[in-house]
Design a protein around this ligand. Structure first.
Ligand SMILES: *Cc1c(COP(=O)(O)O)cnc(C)c1O
Length: 396
């Protein structure tokens, strides 16, 4: 048995302190780390069942949905994507997929592997896709439409307005990736008419990576229950997972073992959702918007300009174009090793051309941004005064 006079943590391998201002993971508040360190109990313990239900309630409020089936898939955001694909898309289904960045591209790949006929609606990396182009691609054979709400590879927010109605007219499901938008960008899943959505714990929710918040509405549940063939994935079979989470339906049967939930991660997500709700969603969305604008304005004197045009930006991720005279990889390495600050480089066609800076949860604040600007000015060998004044201005 462990005793309390043992050292708190073994430190055989040293870990540096980092300020995480990249595309994820985001900084984890001490409150969440403390929750993670609470004693592990059994996953079928009634006390854990109470915590699961409370977590589901909090998640419904953060996702702004009344869906009873609102839970966390065991795995990172990609596990949420996998769950969506294997349960709601059957081989031979026609699926319309918006592709204007890496995460749309990944979804198109996952759909193809599932045997779907993928109708790609392509957009430029760094721009949103016009709603009419997405709706025009739907037809009566379309099983589903998928879009990425917050494209983390480009810092673009895809508007959801008008998509749900077009899906309903065609009896297609409306599927959304809200990994980077949940908790940082205005999003109300029921109001947007989303049928199935997945997210991730380590972006705007400030929880460590390892859980994928997930929700499905009644239309999606009908589709799930009417499937003739069982889901080909055993682990991500939503029927079994729903029986495990038991939803919170009155009179539902007792929770049935499927797999062991990552218990301490559920503690952590429960706590981080509590922090989101303590702040309030509208207040939190507004803080992210403000933090994004403040940083955007302060980076301009350093020659870093936003990739997304005004009105298409994602609050929680600021992608900026790096001037050609700067060796972006070397500067990023210096930022990490000399200043302890992580930001992310570009992906795909944007590799070597952009930086992606996270504006996520507690990272969406004056102080961490000040540290980043000071460090960047030092690396560039320029005077930070103008940048810092712009930042202070935007926050005052
Ligand atoms: C991070 C991310 C994912 C994948 O999540 P992982 O936790 O890395 O598996 C999917 N979609 C978007 C938009 C993301 O930002």
């Amino acid at each position: 048995m462990a005793t309390h006079d043992e050292p708190a943590v073994t430190e055989a391998v040293a870990l540096p302190e980092r300020l995480l201002l990249g595309s994820g993971p985001s900084p984890v508040p001490r409150r969440v780390l403390r929750a993670l360190a609470r004693p592990t109990i059994g996953h079928l313990d009634p006390a854990f069942g109470v915590l699961m239900e409370d977590m589901m309630g909090r998640l419904r409020r953060v996702m702004v949905t009344e869906n009873r089936a609102t839970l966390a898939i065991s795995g990172t955001g990609s596990a949420g994507m996998e769950t969506m694909v294997v349960n709601f898309v059957a081989p031979g289904d026609r699926v319309v997929c918006g592709v204007n960045g890496l995460f749309g591209e990944r979804m198109a790949d996952a759909l193809t592997r599932q045997g779907a006929t993928v109708e790609r609606v392509e957009g430029e990396w760094g721009r949103a896709i016009a709603t009419e182009r997405l709706t025009a691609a739907l037809d009566d054979r379309t099983a589903a439409l998928f879009v990425v709400h917050g494209e983390t590879s480009t810092g673009v927010c895809q508007p959801l307005d008008g998509l749900a109605d077009a899906c309903r007219e065609r009896d297609a499901l409306f599927l959304v990736d809200c990994v980077t938008s949940l908790g940082g960008q205005p999003l109300e899943l029921d109001a947007a008419g989303v049928d199935v959505a997945f997210s991730g714990s380590q972006k705007c929710l400030n929880c460590p990576p390892g859980l994928a918040p997930f929700t499905l509405g009644e239309r999606a549940r009908d589709r799930l229950l009417s499937r003739r063939e069982p889901c080909r994935s055993w682990y991500f079979d939503l029927r079994a997972i729903l029986a495990y989470w038991r939803e919170d339906a009155p009179g539902a049967p007792p929770r049935a073992y499927h797999h062991t939930a990552p218990i301490n991660m559920i503690y952590a997500l429960h706590e981080s959702l509590g922090i989101v709700l303590d702040e309030g969603l509208p207040e939190r969305w507004e803080r992210h918007r403000r933090a994004h604008e403040a940083l955007r304005a302060a980076l301009e004197p350093l020659g870093l300009t936003r990739l997304a045009p005004p009105g298409e930006e994602l609050s929680s991720l600021l992608a900026v174009v790096v001037p050609p005279h700067i060796d972006e990889a070397a500067a990023r390495r210096q930022l990490l090793l000399d200043h302890g600050i992580e930001i992310s480089g570009g992906l795909g066609p944007l590799a070597g051309r952009v930086w992606r800076i996270g504006v996520m949860g507690i990272g969406a604040a004056h102080e961490p941004q000040q540290r980043l600007l000071g460090a960047l000015a030092e690396i560039f060998g320029v005077d930070p005064t103008d940048s810092l004044a712009r930042l202070d201005d935007a926050w005052s």
